[in-house]
Design a protein around this ligand. Structure first.
Ligand SMILES: [Zn+2]
Ligand SMILES: [Zn+2]
Length: 422
């Protein structure tokens, strides 16, 4: 047996995002931040772990995310905590705790943790972008929020996706609808998939979004919640649709788009990419949760938001061949074979002037430093040898495209690099 340690690896279901792929993440975040901040949303950072109750109440005890997939643990003080499996509950918890003035509009970018079976586009640590808007009940806010997600996808260049829209009703109209659906499905129990034959009573809404052929057939002509909305829910839903049409945001009504918990109300939506496999084509989704603030111990406060999976969106971009980002190039690479002082001081000057500059270390040979300069992708090599130091000059050698090497006074070299960078 060897005593050599085995090479360390990232845990199963996680992945590293390294340069240059990470520059695409930066660009995605910057695009999203630009869009949502232009609409009055402010960045919120909340802890990666919370009291487990935040998620048990905030997402629902019976969901797979909370029941089977959450990273739950006891800390050394005996508290039961959980790594966040999604972004909404922590933001709502922060609202309940700090009570910022309403309307409160927040955005976030965060890792989310779920103990899932690792597969393409699905990770145990994945990453989400999202917004939450608390306060207004106004359907025009729903349009704003949906428009922000749509705006991001368009800005990335995606075109092959659909927006699916539904209304979950509210405490006025939904219970009666659920009874109607329950009795409709009870008469067809034998036609349902085995899981839903058993679990029909617990939550008949879940049968609607069951992916199995049996349930899909049995529910094809089932009563639809949108046909049983009360007056105010009907008006709200109509206004959302009018707003989307006014802003030229195409959508499809989808009565199978349901969320199984009481605090989800009215508008619910999902963006599906046709460029991805049908089983995992959701690139983002969200909806109203007018009961959630109360569930977490705050005053009754309406809210709406969405979450967008970064990995999934980038897969969709790859599938459509859009949003390729070239990482920024270095403006200059300093090659110093005269002791290193020039490399030290000149790179510092260039960086102070807002230019991108790098250098070699460890007193390597001219040949080796020039090789690194070339590999770095820099536009210019700034070469300093004993001759240059003696007369106070720098040799400026273009590494890309046309141009010949010139000798420039040491005092002017930063300006020369700046002009070349423009
Ligand atoms: Zn089923
Ligand atoms: Zn209603």
């Amino acid at each position: 047996m060897s005593d050599e340690p085995t090479a360390a690896r990232a845990p199963s279901g996680t992945h590293d995002v390294l340069w240059p792929e990470s520059s695409r993440w930066e660009a995605l975040l910057a695009t999203f931040a630009g869009l949502v901040e232009a609409a009055g949303y402010g960045l919120a950072h909340t802890p990666l772990f919370e009291d487990v109750k935040v998620f048990r109440r905030g997402i629902g005890e019976g969901s797979d995310v909370v029941g089977k997939e959450m990273y739950e643990f006891q800390d050394r003080g005996g508290r039961t905590l959980a790594l966040r499996p999604e972004g909404t509950a922590p933001i709502v918890r922060a609202y309940v705790q700090h009570r910022p003035p309403l309307p409160w509009k927040a955005w976030y970018a965060t890792p989310a943790f779920r103990y899932e079976r690792p597969q393409a586009g699905r990770y145990r640590q994945h990453h989400q972008l999202g917004v939450e808007a608390l306060g207004p009940e106004d359907p025009d806010l729903d349009v704003e929020v949906i428009g922000l997600a749509h705006g991001l996808f368009s800005a990335l260049g995606l075109t092959d996706y659909t927006l699916k829209l539904n209304s979950m009703g509210d405490a006025e109209c939904r219970p009666a609808y659920i009874e109607l659906l329950r009795s409709y499905l009870a008469e067809r129990r034998d036609e349902l998939c085995p899981e839903h034959q058993e679990r029909l009573e617990a939550n008949p809404l879940r049968v609607l979004d069951c992916k199995r052929e049996a349930c899909r057939k049995a529910t094809a002509d089932a009563p639809r919640l949108v046909d049983h909305l009360c007056g105010p829910c009907r008006e709200h839903f109509d206004r959302v649709q009018t707003g989307l049409e006014a802003l030229n945001i195409p959508y499809e009504l989808d009565h199978r788009l349901v969320r199984g918990f009481d605090y989800y109300t009215r508008t619910t939506f999902e963006f599906a990419s046709q460029a991805l496999d049908a089983a995992q084509n959701s690139i983002g989704g969200g909806g109203r949760y007018d009961g959630l603030v109360e569930m977490l111990g705050g005053p009754a406060t309406p809210g709406i938001g969405f979450g967008i999976g970064i990995e999934r969106v980038l897969l969709a971009c790859d599938a459509e061949g859009v949003f390729s980002v070239s990482p920024p190039v270095l403006d200059a690479y300093v090659v110093d074979v005269a002791g290193g002082e020039s490399a030290r001081d000149l790179t510092a000057e260039l960086r102070c002037a807002g230019l991108r500059a790098d250098r070699a270390f460890d007193g390597r040979s001219m040949k080796s430093q020039l090789k690194s300069a070339d590999k770095s992708g820099a536009r210019l090599a700034l070469i300093v040898g004993p001759d240059e130091v003696a007369v106070g000059t720098v040799s400026v050698r273009p590494l890309r495209g046309e141009g010949t090497q010139q000798t420039v006074s040491r005092t002017e070299v930063v300006d020369v690099v700046r002009r070349a960078a423009q």
